[in-house]
Design a binder for this molecule. Sequence first.
Ligand SMILES: Nc1ncnc2c1ncn2[C@@H]1O[C@H](COP(=O)(O)OP(=O)(O)OP(=O)(O)O)[C@@H](O)[C@H]1O
Ligand SMILES: [Mg+2]
Length: 234
Amino acid sequence: MTNLLELRAIKAGYDQSAILRGVDLEIPPKSVVSLLGRNGVGKTTTLKTIMGLVSATAGEINLDGQPLGKMKPENRARTGLGYVPQGRDIFSSMTVWENLKVSLSIYGKESADRLDEVYQLFPVLKEMLHRKGGVLSGGQQQQLAIGRALLTRPKVLILDEPTEGIQPSIIDQIEDALIYLKKTHDMSILLVEQYLDFAKAVSDKFYIMDRGTILTSGPIADLSEDLITKHLTV
Ligand SMILES: Nc1ncnc2c1ncn2[C@@H]1O[C@H](COP(=O)(O)OP(=O)(O)OP(=O)(O)O)[C@@H](O)[C@H]1O
Ligand SMILES: [Mg+2]
């Protein structure tokens, strides 16, 4: 089976500091993959490198069989990468509707067709269309950020710690949404997550990262207590 998204021996970092020291990842079609690891090991840097926000200094990234090369971040988004950064990143002075419209204006009718689905997954967004993004709770902002990314009809939805600082009832809604999306769409999800129960509930496969490399990976059922104690608990 060919992978939808593939990283081969990716190296990347910031100015003088090398962070990723040869990262390999394989995201199969219609799957949810969790990238796990303690604070500061390079999870966010990996996602930023996939998005082209950090430049890879070595290695290769392929999306749907196409090398991304030096493609700019906005073009990566257009070729099918939907990214919700850590800490969200919605426009707080714009209304919920204006936030969603940013995707609609770029992607047109096809994304408008997805609006109803976004409202079904996250009904609070429809209720709050005319509220400013900044007055939403953290969980509602996360739902808005995910909804906005979904409107771009990504092949791979990339989420950086979507449950961080969010109340349990909203975490449940996000969990249901991810499971629904995997089932009903031709789409994969790459998830960075520290909340392991959530990662286990939604994922097919895991990777554990430490200091810029992948230590181990496997089907989510193989994420043992032993691995968790060794590599993930503080
Ligand atoms: N903009 C930056 N400039 C320089 N160094 C950075 C920058 N962003 C991150 N780093 C460093 O890169 C390393 C990896 O950071 P990264 O954010 O990828 O980790 P992470 O695994 O996502 O951590 P966390 O779980 O805390 O979100 C850390 O040592 C961090 O200090
Ligand atoms: Mg991070």
